[in-house]
Design a protein around this ligand. Structure first.
Ligand SMILES: [Zn+2]
Length: 325
């Protein structure tokens, strides 16, 4: 009997600094039920696991037909280590040190559990349900509060020798006077191409120049990447320049990433990726201007089509299909 028939569902859990979202997912990638809890409300990880398990069990029992129907649980978490199933020193989570999260869930629910970092989960989700379906070589770039990445080579997620491979957001793209990054170093891609990086570029350009901009109506320290997008749509020259700069920095970096694994596609995910031509055009131009000639025109630049609200749970759940019974 086909194992999808015996155990037709998986569970995806996305652990974020503010919220944890979890859902029961079928083999076609449809979230049949989901719920959430506040990550920040649980100072002790044991209490978090208790509450999560309880909510998850009631979701499974009322929608998935019981624990027996669940093939596995996949978890996406910041600083998640696939090999050990641990979350290690995640700065934005309330739990310090090394947390054996996959083992704790497995013990509580008796369902096999796999865990990886959130960007890797997004890549697995894209490969299973999204625009990278059928692709064996691609690079996923997640553009959010930070910049994450997941690298797939020959159909396999690249985890590295320690489980932490693929931190392309922390490749240094500016060696001279680089911006300070959340990782403590200077000049990382993330400091330029995350949502906060976009806002920072806007503030810098506004302070260097005196021409008019819709963005000047907003107190400088409150400008968000969404404000920059809204202004760009209204043909604001400075806002469009911010996107040009951001796209160029990102495209230059992507041209180098292509040299690493010759991917069939680079898949972009996140709010910034959905800014359309304002961001895609400069990215594509910078790739074309900088990529090694042998790769020119060969790598597709794609934007994820998964709904933002679903992608994290779907990505995490996709990990669970690969678990052995
Ligand atoms: Zn960094």
């Amino acid at each position: 009997m086909n194992s999808h028939m015996e155990k037709p569902y998986v569970v995806g859990i996305d652990i974020g600094g503010t919220n944890s979202v979890f859902g029961v997912v079928d083999a076609r990638g449809k979230i049949i039920a989901q719920n959430a809890l506040k990550t920040q409300a649980y100072v002790k990880v044991e209490n978090y696991i208790n509450e999560l398990s309880q909510k998850l069990l009631s979701l499974i029992n009322s929608n998935g037909g019981g624990v027996d129907k669940i093939k596995g649980i996949g978890v996406g978490a910041p600083n998640g280590n696939y090999y050990s199933g641990t979350i290690e020193f995640a700065p934005n989570l309330p739990w310090k040190g090394v947390i054996p999260l996959a083992a704790m869930i497995e013990q509580k629910l008796g369902i096999p559990t796999a865990l990886t970092n959130d960007a890797n989960a997004a890549a697995v989700g894209e490969m299973t349900y999204g625009v990278a379906r059928g692709m064996k070589d691609f690079i996923m770039i997640t553009l959010g509060t930070g910049v994450g990445s997941g690298i797939v080579v020959n159909g396999q997620m690249v985890y590295g020798h320690d489980g932490f491979a693929g931190e392309l957001g922390h490749v240094i793209v500016r060696h001279e006077k680089g911006r300070v990054c959340g990782c403590g170093r200077k000049g990382c891609l993330e400091a330029y191409c995350s949502a906060t990086g976009v806002a920072r570029t806007a503030r810098e350009i506004l302070s260097l120049r005196s021409d008019n901009s819709l963005l000047r109506k907003i107190p400088a320290d409150q400008i968000t990447s969404k404000d920059v997008y809204d202004a760009a749509v209204q043909k604001d020259a400075i806002a469009q320049e911010v996107f040009n700069y951001t796209g160029t920095v990102l495209g230059e970096a992507l041209a180098d990433f292509i040299a690493f694994s010759s991917p069939e596609a680079i898949v972009l995910f996140g709010g910034l990726a959905k800014s359309g031509d304002y961001i895609i055009k400069p990215i594509q131009k910078a790739i074309d201007d900088n990529v090694l000639p042998i790769y020119k025109g060969k790598t597709k630049l794609l934007v994820s089509e998964l709904k933002d609200s679903d992608a994290a749970v779907l990505g995490a759940s996709a990990l669970a299909w690969e678990l052995k019974d």
